[in-house]
Design a protein around this ligand. Structure first.
Ligand code: AMP
Length: 397
């Protein structure tokens, strides 16, 4: 069976086509600026030249139509006709408390996705738009939702409720959900393979360090805790998000800067993190370059970024009572050699010893711990699309 994987953002649509007989990727692509003048579609068919199409697309249905036309194009397409697509897998950010697993999408599932609009206002509405666009164009195949929150649903209440009046949990579902679950799931399973241990007996700390960043502590096959919370704002320092701060700073700055709730939300989500602190960029490469050139604020931003991660490693080792491995993944985790080195420096008392020579690598699955390190240090490129394709296939066989 061939499976189409779709990930819709507010103005973007990413896709991949998998042949599930060998899990190979037949093509992938990105439609950018959906609904904004200057839409582009970049299509990357396996073994053929990339194709760039520039044509304005007013909405996700039009963008999806364009993608389907590209997939069957005799010159650069990857399938003969649409009947070859046996199922479609959709990335959905928030599944609330309803979904601990992927599900075939029906009206009830769509209602839950809609009910979670409040909790993920930037993600769930375009996710649902993408689902509805695909259902309109491909009404006769299974559509499967794979939730970013699902893997973290194994957390116990003691690790997901906040110390707030309990009613806000029961009434408004204010609790820790966690995100990037599909990535934490994928890399932690790969880590168990590399450890040569049964997944259910491993203690794993996963570090998904991309523009958004989160960590998870996994024990006996369950997520014990994760750093993102009700929303992706909590936890590590990110490209533009502050991560953990004293909540009183929010009220203080709302008053000082005259911000309303919406403006404050944007301030802590879009103007903070590496960007706000360094004043250089939200992109870690730019911050590294500026720090190398002697920019003091960029150096400070990197130290704060790495210290936050170190802090979570310590916390998670305490929560897991030790750990078998750390797993670095996503853009920064897979590629930023100096950042990995900085994080793992001076942690030998916790059993973490990095081999600096082995660590000089990018985007490759490898163990970069020293021989005598008690904790293995893996770099594992993430593959969320493959998890979505597998779940979609398994629910559609
Ligand atoms: P992601 O969200 O997973 O695509 O990751 C994006 C982040 O990865 C950005 O902050 C990039 O600066 C960072 N990144 C990508 N490649 C590198 C690299 N070679 N060195 C350092 N950071 C990188």
């Amino acid at each position: 069976m061939k499976v189409l994987v779709v990930n819709c953002g507010s103005s973007s649509l990413k896709y991949q086509v998998f042949d599930m007989t060998d899990e190979s990727v037949l093509a992938k692509g990105l439609v950018d600026r959906v609904g904004i003048p200057g839409t582009t579609l970049k299509h990357e068919p396996a073994g053929k030249d990339d194709v760039l199409i520039k044509e304005d697309m007013p909405d996700h249905t039009e963008a999806m139509k364009m993608v389907l036309n590209v997939l069957v194009n005799p010159e650069y397409g990857c399938i003969g006709d649409m009947s070859e697509i046996g199922a479609v897998g959709h990335r959905v950010v928030h599944g609330g408390e309803e979904f601990a697993y992927s599900v075939v999408i029906d009206d009830k599932v769509k209602k839950v996705i809609r009910d979670c609009f409040d909790l993920a206002p930037l993600h769930n509405p375009p996710n649902l738009m993408g689902i509805e666009a695909c259902q309109t164009l491909m009404p006769n195949v299974n559509h499967v939702a794979v939730f970013d929150t699902a893997f973290h649903q194994t957390m116990a209440p003691a690790n997901f409720v906040y110390a707030l009046p309990y009613d806000v949990y029961t009434q408004y579902k204010v609790r820790r959900y966690g995100f990037h679950g599909t990535s934490h799931f994928y890399v932690s399973h790969r880590a168990a393979k590399l450890l040569g241990k049964y997944y259910g007996f491993c203690k794993i700390i996963t570090l998904h360090l991309g523009n958004g960043a989160s960590m998870a502590a996994i024990k006996d096959g369950k997520v014990i805790s994760t750093s993102m919370g009700l929303t992706p704002l909590e936890g590590l320092v990110m490209g533009t998000r502050s991560g953990d701060i004293d909540p009183a700073i929010v009220f203080f700055l709302m008053e000082k800067l005259g911000m309303d709730a919406n403006e404050a939300n944007s301030y802590f989500n879009k103007k903070s993190g590496l960007l706000g602190l360094s004043g250089v960029s939200n992109d870690l490469r730019d911050v590294l370059e500026a720090a190398d050139a002697g920019n003091e604020r960029a150096k400070l931003a990197l130290d704060v970024y790495c210290n936050a991660i170190k802090g979570y490693i310590g916390k998670y080792i305490a929560m897991l009572n030790g750990c078998d491995c750390l797993v670095f993944t996503a853009g920064v985790g897979e590629n930023a050699i100096d950042v990995r080195e900085h994080i793992c420096k001076d942690m030998d008392n916790l059993g973490i010893k990095m081999d600096s020579k082995k660590n000089k690598v990018r985007g490759k699955e490898i163990d970069v711990a020293t021989e005598d390190s008690k904790v293995r240090i893996f770099i594992i490129p993430t593959n969320e699309e493959l998890v979505i394709a597998r779940d979609t296939f398994n629910l559609s066989k």
